[in-house]
Design a binder for this molecule. Structure first.
Ligand code: B12
Ligand code: SF4
Length: 432
């Protein structure tokens, strides 16, 4: 069958791909491999590479396909609707199937869109090939059966982005690629869960170390990989697996440096594991420090404390591992004083890269329900789901002007923050 595989990815707008917003979508990548393995003819449309809606329309018009398959995160939902409408405008007989986190978590809202002929929820690997065999006699809403053994899945289709991605981290050279080594997460952060479990289930599934290294082998041999990132929600959750990865990575001669995500409590508990990771090439670690208030950390069920955050940063610095710090402002119930505590914690941590975000209620998460129950949602139902600071207000009762200042001060210190405030005041501007 002729399939048009579409990644909207427009959270950073059109033409953003060549501007470094070229992250690889692993859902799309694995679906492309699945389809090609079964002999389907796949055309990939990455909207980030285009200049605007006219270009999307033109690509859709000139491509010969029977089924458009769109991968939809919540940030992509509006764009996916527009893409589906363009497909139908070309030929009302063409079919559209959507899948991904948003259709899985917000199935009703997704199914309410008439242009979506098929709404695929959960994971694709086991069920999608069977559906395509039976196409077009398939249900409107399809629930994917979970693949239990990730080693049996094909590797993602790197021909979609053979040059790799733009590294976010200094010192990691191109060609740089991201991989995913597991699915699921055991933690309970309320800004995320139970959405993550709703998509990937309660149990974490891990690829075998040999399988992961086989993929790195292909990336090194065929694509000249010089560095990589392990994108998993929490790669360091399972220490024996990580130890095996470190040992075998070196045994198999992979010298490339890499980045991965971890957690402050884990780093404090097992600094020796971080040392092994460092010896195996870990050069950057991403840590969700989130807040400088123990009350807020408890409220979001992060399972870490402020002192662990500071201690974990110390461990990384001692080992020479650079820190990419995720932290958040604007969580419901957060006070002005707690915002300042986060600034103060970040000034102590002094990460190598700051990644502050604004709390944004994510569908399917505990805090999303909390915001609804407590009347915190803003009336605008077309909320921008990006967590970038510039993306605007998300919920009621949040001191966004203070947060904008706090973001600046968390990076540059109070003195510069005040100076900036004075300059902005002199220019007669509101704090933007
Ligand atoms: C890596 C990652 C990123 C990377 C790359 C993003 C990307 N889109 O590839 C970066 C850091 C750039 C990123 C950014 C953001 N991310 Co992110 N990210 C992840 C993470 C950790 C892994 C994604 C992944 O590779 N999963 C593995 C693949 C195989 O799974 P999958 O993509 O879901 O695909 C499977 C199924 O969903 C399905 N499927 C997917 N598409 C389709 C399409 C069809 C037609 C079909 C049939 C099936 C199907 O089949 C696939 C195979 O089984 C996930 C958490 C997670 N564990 O998934 C969050 C996650 C996807 N991100 C999330 C969010 C909120 C964001 C941001 C909005 C945050 C922000 N800064 O504002 C941005 C948005 C960028 C964007 N447009 O996607 C949320 C999305 C929630 C939602 N409701 O949409 C997630 C689920 C995390 C969470 N629990 O909150 N992210
Ligand atoms: S935020 Fe990260 S650690 Fe917390 S539950 Fe979600 S995936 Fe797991």
């Amino acid at each position: 069958m002729k399939v048009l595989l579409v990644y909207p990815g427009l959270v950073e707008g059109f033409d953003s791909y060549n501007d470094g917003r070229d992250w690889f979508n692993h859902g799309i990548g694995i679906i492309s491999s699945l389809l090609k393995d079964k002999g389907h003819d796949v055309t990939y449309l990455d909207c980030r590479k285009l200049t605007g809606w006219e270009a999307v329309e033109s690509e859709i018009r000139k491509t010969d396909f029977e089924l458009a398959m769109i991968s939809v995160a919540t940030v992509d939902f509006k764009a996916a609707r527009r893409i589906a409408a363009l497909v139908k405008a070309k030929d009302a007989g063409l079919k559209v199937m959507v899948g991904g986190p948003h259709p899985t978590l917000m199935t009703g809202e997704t199914a309410a869109v008439a242009e979506f002929d098929h709404v695929f929820t959960h994971e694709a690997e086991n069920t999608l090939p069977k559906m395509l065999e039976a196409f077009p006699d398939i249900p409107r809403i399809i629930r994917g059966e979970m693949p239990m053994n990730l080693d049996l899945l094909p590797f993602v289709d790197r021909s979609l982005a053979p040059a790799g991605e733009t590294p976010w981290f200094s010192g990691l050279e191109r060609p740089y690629f991201s991989i995913t080594a597991s699915r699921g997460c055991v933690y309970k952060c309320t800004f995320c869960q139970p959405a993550e479990r709703a998509v990937f289930g309660d149990k974490v599934r891990k690829r075998s170390v040999d399988n992961i290294l086989d993929e790195l082998q292909i990336l090194s041999r065929d694509y000249g990989m010089r560095s990589f990132m392990i994108h998993d929600d929490c790669f360091t959750q399972y220490s024996e697996w990580v130890e095996e990865f470190c040992r075998k990575k070196l045994e198999r001669g992979f010298t490339q440096p890499f980045a991965c995500q971890s957690r402050a409590d884990m780093i404090c508990r097992r600094p020796d594991l971080l040392k092994q990771l460092k010896e195996a090439g870990l050069s950057w670690v991403l840590i969700g420090f989130e807040s400088g208030s123990d009350r807020v950390l408890k409220f979001i069920k992060k399972g870490t404390t402020v002192s662990q955050n500071i201690e974990a940063a110390g461990v990384c610095k001692q080992l020479g591992i650079r820190i990419f710090a995720n932290y958040m402002f604007g969580i419901p119930t957060e006070t002005d004083e707690e915002i300042r505590q986060t600034v103060s914690m970040m000034r102590k941590i002094r990460p190598d890269m700051h990644s502050p975000s604004i709390f944004t209620p994510a569908p399917g998460s505990e805090l999303y329900d909390y915001c609804h129950e407590h009347g915190l949602m803003l009336p605008d139902d077309e909320m921008n789901y990006s967590r970038e600071i510039k993306s605007g207000a998300k919920i009621r009762n949040v001191n966004y002007p203070l947060i904008r200042r706090a973001v600046y001060e968390s990076r540059h210190g109070k003195l510069f923050g005040r100076l900036r405030q004075i300059l902005v005041g002199v220019k007669g501007l509101v704090f933007r």
